[in-house]
Design a protein around this ligand. Structure first.
Ligand code: UDP
Ligand code: MN
Length: 370
C-alpha cells in the first residue's frame, strides 16, 4: 500500500500547510538571527576599529630614557670618522632646558633679530652645535605661502629652543607660487624630496608655520620604532587634540618611515584632509604613532583665516586606499624655481600645476589598472 492511499487530500493539504508554516517561521527566525548577528558584528567591527586605532598610538613616548644613544649613534658614524673625534656626544637629555614657557607672540613682529639668532649657523640655515657632537641631523620642513609674519614669529620661537636641544638642524621653507591653490601635502612631499637631495637626514620634521612649540623639552628627534607626532594639544583648543588620530601641526619621520607610506597625497588642493589621509597610510602600513606626554607637547597656534575647504577631501580619503603607491612623495610633478641659502633657512620656491598633478595621477591610475 502506497503512502498516498493511506492519506486523504485533506491530510496532504494540512501536511503541506504545516511545512509552509514551519518554513515561514524558520525563515523568520533565521533572518532575525542574521540581522542580530550583523548588528553584533557591526558593533564588534566598530569596536575593533577603535581598538585598532588605539593600539597604534602610544602616549607618553620619550621620557628621555626612551631613545637610546645606540639608536642614533650609527647614523653619525661617518661624521665622527671625519675629523670630529675630539668632540664628545652632546648630552642626552640636554642640560639647561627651560621647560614649558607659554609663547607670547606679537603679530607686529619686528624684523628678524639676526644677530641674536644666527650665531652658530652655517650658510643655508644649518646649525651645528660647536661644543659637542649632535646625536642627530634634522631637516625641519615648513610649508609656506604668504605668511611672512608667521614665519618670523616661528623662527624667533623655534631657533633658540632647537639650539638648546643641541641638534644639527637645517630649516627648509618650501614656498608654493600662486599659480594653483595651496597643496599642503604636496608641498611637504617636495620639502622632503628637496632636503634629501641636499643631505641625508636622520629625521624629517614637518612644522606648520603657525605652530609654535611651548616646551623646549619636546625634542625634535625621530624614533625608528614609530612616527612621532610632537603635538598633544593646541592652546586654541584648551590644549586638547580635536580627535585622537589627528596628526597635523608637527610630525617627525625617518626617511624609511616616510618612504614606506609614500609620504602625503598630492591630490588635495585647498584646505583639509591631508593629515587624515596620512594617518590612514600609516595605519595601513602598520606604522606606530608615538606622542610625547601631554605637558611637553603643548603648542601655541597663531590664529588666522582659513582657506576654502577642499571639496574632494572625503572622496580622496575613501578612494585612495590602493592608490598610495602612485600618489605620494615618489610621484612628484613640480618645478623648482629658486633655491636660496639664507642665513637662518634654505628657501625653495616651487611651482605646482594643479592640472598636471591631477592628470599625471589619472595617467598613473590608468596604467596601474591595465
Ligand atoms: N600654509 C601657508 N600658506 C597658505 C596655506 C597654508 O603657508 O596659504 C601652510 C602653513 O605652514 C600652515 C599650513 O600650511 O600652517 C597648514 O595650513 P593652515 O594653517 O591653513 O591649516 P590649519 O592647520 O590651520 O587647519
Ligand atoms: Mn593654521
Amino acid at each position: 500500500m502506497s503512502w498516498r492511499n493511506s492519506l486523504g487530500n485533506e491530510d496532504i493539504r494540512r501536511f503541506l500547510t504545516n511545512i509552509a508554516n514551519a518554513l515561514g517561521v524558520y525563515v523568520l527566525v533565521v533572518s532575525c538571527m542574521v540581522m542580530f548577528a550583523s548588528f553584533i558584528l557591526q558593533m564588534d567591527l566598530s569596536e575593533a576599529k577603535y581598538f585598532e586605532y588605539q593600539s597604534i598610538i602610544e602616549i607618553g613616548d620619550f621620557k628621555f630614557h626612551e631613545l637610546t644613544h645606540e639608536d642614533v649613534k650609527n647614523m653619525l658614524e661617518e661624521e665622527r670618522n671625519n675629523g670630529t673625534k675630539e668632540r664628545t656626544w652632546c648630552q642626552f637629555p640636554p642640560k639647561n632646558m627651560h621647560g614649558r614657557q607659554i609663547y607670547k607672540y606679537n603679530l607686529n613682529v619686528p624684523d628678524l633679530d639676526l644677530k641674536k639668532l644666527n650665531s652658530g649657523f652655517q650658510h643655508g640655515g644649518r646649525y651645528v652645535p660647536e661644543d659637542c657632537l649632535p646625536i642627530a641631523r634634522i631637516a625641519i620642513i615648513i610649508p609656506y605661502r604668504d605668511r611672512e609674519k608667521h614665519l618670523k614669529i616661528l623662527l624667533h620661537n623655534i631657533i633658540p629652543k632647537l639650539k638648546r636641544q643641541k641638534l644639527d638642524f637645517t630649516i627648509y621653507v618650501i614656498e608654493q607660487t600662486h599659480s594653483s591653490p595651496f597643496n599642503r601635502g604636496m608641498v611637504r612631499n617636495i620639502g622632503f624630496s628637496e632636503a634629501s637631495k641636499i643631505a641625508d637626514y636622520d629625521c624629517y620634521i614637518f612644522n606648520d608655520v603657525d605652530t609654535l612649540m611651548e616646551d623646549d623639552r619636546n625634542m625634535y628627534l625621530c624614533n625608528k620604532r614609530a612616527v612621532r607626532h610632537l603635538l598633544t594639544g593646541y592652546d586654541t583648543h584648551g590644549y586638547q587634540l580635536d580627535y585622537l588620530f589627528l596628526v597635523g601641526g608637527v610630525i617627525a619621520f625617518t626617511k624609511e618611515q616616510f618612504l614606506k607610506i609614500n609620504g602625503y597625497t598630492n591630490q588635495l588642493f585647498f584646505w583639509g584632509g591631508e593629515d587624515d589621509e596620512l594617518y590612514k597610510r600609516m595605519r595601513c602600513s602598520g606604522i606606530k604613532l608615538y606622542r610625547p606626554v601631554d605637558e611637553i607637547g603643548k603648542y601655541t597656534i597663531i590664529s588666522h583665516h582659513h582657506d576654502a575647504k577642499e571639496p574632494d577631501r572625503h572622496k580622496v580619503l575613501r578612494e585612495n586606499t590602493d592608490n598610495d603607491v602612485i600618489d605620494g612623495v615618489k610621484n612628484l610633478v613640480y618645478k623648482r624655481l629658486e633655491i636660496e641659502y639664507k642665513e637662518l633657512y634654505t628657501r625653495i620656491l616651487v611651482d605646482i600645476d594643479e592640472k598636471l598633478v591631477r592628470q599625471s595621477f589619472l595617467d598613473a591610475l590608468e596604467k596601474n589598472n591595465r
